[in-house]
Design a binder for this molecule. Structure first.
Ligand code: ZN
Ligand code: ZN
Length: 245
């Protein structure tokens, strides 16, 4: 069966998230998503067991909420999915990424890089972070041959829900199967306009289109977030523009 899921989602267990896991589950059911990879920023070990418990309680036969954390790594972050270990709360390195990916049932992804040089040593990369790169298109300069390319929401509030998503085919719905497919790159990254295979390279034509869209997004971001005067003068237009994320 074909399923859809969301990656890089923050709940209110994270300092930067405002949506309870229960509410995320409700939204997922409503919009037909079958899995959510939760990746909260956690400071305390006690939160690890809380997250695990809440993910389990809000999962059912139609929806799997997979627990995870997001940790600092140089000038980006690393998403650790289904591997919540207190060692990750103190320090991270490329070894952290390799450690998590060495476990068959967990997955590590480099989160929201902006430059190609940040990708060194990583195979699993979030090339399309709706918050950092916009929900309209991935950042084409981050596509590298033989890498596995992910899209993530970096969801902090409900309005970010479902702006991009992952599609895959599974024989049955369980965490193990979802992580296996994600790790292998057996999925597509999508929004309402198009889907791209996780291991697909993109054509020069699409590269140019994505670059133009990314630049449009950056420009909008500047206007929306930095120009207080315009924001006050044209509140309706600003709300419309904000829809890109
Ligand atoms: Zn981050
Ligand atoms: Zn995040």
């Amino acid at each position: 069966m074909k399923i859809k899921g969301l990656l890089h989602v923050h709940s209110n267990n994270s300092f930067d998230g405002e949506t309870p896991i229960k509410k995320l589950a409700k939204l997922a059911h409503k919009q037909n998503f079958s899995f959510i990879c939760l990746t909260d920023h956690l400071e305390k070990q006690s939160n690890i067991s809380k997250i695990r418990k809440e993910c389990k309680e809000n999962s059912d036969s139609q929806l799997k909420i997979i627990p995870g954390i997001e940790v600092e790594y140089k000038d980006s972050h690393i998403l650790s999915i289904n591997f919540l270990d207190k060692r990750l709360l103190t320090k991270t390195s490329l070894d952290t990424y390799n450690l998590v990916n060495s476990k068959p049932q967990s997955l590590a992804i480099l989160a929201h890089p902006n430059k190609k040089r940040q990708l060194r040593g990583f195979k699993h990369v979030e090339v399309w972070n709706a918050k950092h790169h916009g929900s309209l298109a991935p950042k084409s300069s981050l596509f590298i041959k033989n890498n596995i390319n992910f899209c993530g929401l970096d969801l902090h509030k409900e309005t970010h829900f479902g702006k991009n998503w992952i599609e895959m085919k599974v024989s049955k719905l369980n965490e193990k199967e979802i992580i296996r497919k994600l790790k292998k790159g057996d999925f597509k990254i999508c929004n309402k306009f198009f889907c791209i295979g996780a291991k697909q390279t993109i054509s020069n034509r699409n590269k140019i289109i994505f670059i133009l869209i990314n630049q449009y997004f950056t420009l909008l971001q500047r206007i929306v977030y930095r120009t207080e005067k315009i924001r006050k003068k044209f509140p309706k237009l600003m709300r419309l523009l904000q829809n890109v994320y």
